[in-house]
Design a protein around this ligand. Structure first.
Ligand code: MC0
Length: 149
């Protein structure tokens, strides 16, 4: 396969997480703990995004390993509330980690990809985040996250 070296591969550094929409955070955390021995490594409420979320992983996993983000809605009219009403619980997003959200965003816009926000917003643990519209990302809501240093 030919690889286009003009694509800034170095801006994407990892698969950060997959996001799962759930109606009840505690119930979901009990499921991951009891069935798979996975634990909440971080829990946070993000009012702007309308979610209470937990990053779930194995207690001793590599710090860079991908996580499961469990997303519960703060209200019915939040993004996750509406997703649950339309689809029920399930995979809501795939998130790639980047070391340069601004440069990657410019690259994506130059490819005609629609980003949801004109400027990055605040994500998990102070990260800068944006999203590629699912219609421009193979039917998957694709989050981009640049972790806080
Ligand atoms: C909607 N669509 C999806 C989708 N949501 N496709 C795949 N995955 C999803 N999650 C599809 C719809 O079915 C529809 O297709 C089309 O996209 C447009 O949908 P819409 O009805 O116009 O728009 P909405 O109201 O469904 O909103 C979709 C949109 C929204 C992506 C704009 O979910 C959004 O703003 N998301 C970004 C913020 C977010 O997800 N926050 C929660 C996570 P058809 O074919 O029916 O036209 S917060 C988070 O993740 C933070 C804490 C973090 O990680 O740091």
């Amino acid at each position: 396969m030919d690889i286009d070296m003009n694509v800034p591969h170095e801006y994407v550094t990892a698969i950060d997480h997959v996001g799962v929409a759930v109606p009840d955070l505690d119930e979901a955390l009990a499921y991951y703990r009891d069935c798979y021995g996975m634990v909440a490594l971080h829990i946070e409420t993000n009012e702007e995004q309308g979610v209470k979320e937990a990053m779930v992983g194995l207690p001793n996993q590599h710090p860079n390993a991908a996580l499961i983000q469990v997303l519960s809605p703060l209200s019915e009219d939040s993004t996750i509330g509406k997703f649950l009403a339309k689809n029920g619980p399930g995979l809501q997003q795939l998130c790639l980690r980047t070391n340069n959200l601004d440069a990657l965003s410019e690259h994506l816009k130059a490819q005609g990809k629609r980003l949801l926000y004109p400027e990055p917003k605040k994500g998990t643990a102070g990260a800068r985040i944006n999203f590629v519209h699912p219609k421009d990302a193979g039917g998957v809501l694709l989050e981009l996250t640049e972790p806080a240093s």
